[in-house]
Write a protein that binds this ligand. Structure first.
Ligand code: MTE
Ligand code: MO
Length: 326
């Protein structure tokens, strides 16, 4: 059997305070089991973890365990997985502030109930609620993640391919682009403070060509590290496009529209010379204010630290996506 089951025990509370090395060892072990039926053995493994002093898990409080199959194509990102609590406390979410420390502000986001309206050039327009989203067959994919600001992480997402949603709504042949719109309510998402929120092009929008959306890599995440998304990561659903810079992946999506022309997007509207619509990761194309040749891999050893590594074209995912750009 090609898939292994990620057991519920994967997110035992102590998992989040397990040292990264132990966590990775366990992942490798799970990986080594691919091809076997491991219904009981993975559960037993959880008991083998060394228990460590309790850490502060407040940044992921309120999340719920999710079950998913591990997609064998994405079990190894060639780099260590970023420590969960570091990923959960170093975020970009301009609706909640202009720096990386927005995780507490983001707790104001109301995520239940939630509706995602899928509309435009589709045969089956539909409004998905939270249960509908969680009812897609969920898989885990460990992806490299690269922000345009030249920092990088490695994150185990849970979710479903965008192609699964396309199948459900059936875009028509006139649909050439898709636009994602994030949640916005100026009473809640107060923006970075300066400039004042009313001067910024909120709601946050992003977009793709339809062929990019249909690519195997394009993913909707409803979870991370074995549980639902904490709000600061864009709960309850956000886009993940690992060959593009992180800003292409809109968080907390409320609307998905299939359209015939290229949509305006948040960062491209603010600074078109710096944030292109396509924005594939490319070491050869510098940002006007900095080089993209290298990136700072966050917390390779589990503590908050950097390691400089070379940037890879398409973030290393060329085998999947290069043909989209030839
Ligand atoms: N709605 C919305 N989506 C967003 C952003 C944002 O500010 N608002 N920031 C983007 C940027 S620049 C990055 S790098 C990633 C960060 O995702 P993370 O905080 O979950 O790591 O989210 C992207 N999606
Ligand atoms: Mo980013």
């Amino acid at each position: 059997m090609p898939f292994i089951h990620v057991p519920k025990s994967w997110q035992l509370p102590e998992r989040v305070v397990t040292s990264e090395a132990a966590f990775l060892q366990r992942r490798r072990f799970l990986k080594a089991l691919t091809g076997f039926s491991i219904a009981g053995s993975a559960l037993a493994l959880a008991g083998c973890q060394s228990k460590q002093a309790t850490g502060d898990t407040a940044p992921i409080a309120g999340t719920k365990a999710l079950e998913a199959i591990s997609n064998p194509a994405f079990v190894d990102a060639d780099r260590p997985i970023t420590n969960e609590l570091i990923a959960a406390t170093y975020n970009n979410f301009y609706e909640f502030g202009g720096n990386k420390s927005i995780w507490q502000n983001a707790q104001a986001l109301p995520t239940d109930p939630w509706k995602v309206e899928v509309t435009g050039l589709v045969n089956n327009p539909r409004v998905f609620d939270l249960d509908d989203l969680l009812n897609f067959p969920l898989e885990e994919r460990i992806y490299r993640f690269r922000c345009v600001e030249a920092w990088a992480m490695v994150v185990p997402w849970l979710g479903f391919p965008m192609s699964a949603l396309m199948k459900a709504v059936e875009p028509t042949s006139n649909a050439k682009f898709v636009r994602f719109t994030s949640y916005f309510d100026p009473q809640v998402t107060k923006g970075p403070g300066f400039p004042p929120v009313q001067f910024l092009p909120f709601p946050y929008t992003e977009g793709l060509r339809i062929e990019e959306m249909a690519n195997e890599l394009a993913f909707f995440a409803v979870g991370i590290y074995g549980h639902t998304l904490p709000k600061q990561h864009g709960a309850p659903i956000r886009a993940v496009l690992p060959w593009k810079y992180g800003f292409k992946g809109a968080k907390s999506i409320v609307k998905i529209e299939f359209i015939s022309t290229q949509p305006a997007t948040y960062w491209n509207t603010i600074s078109p010379g710096e944030y292109k619509f396509e924005s594939n990761v490319d070491p050869q194309v510098p940002h006007p204010r900095w080089s993209q040749a290298k990136e700072r891999l966050i917390s390779p050893g589990g503590q908050f630290a950097w390691e400089e590594v070379p940037t890879l074209k398409y973030n290393g995912y060329g085998e999947y996506v290069a043909s989209l750009y030839s």
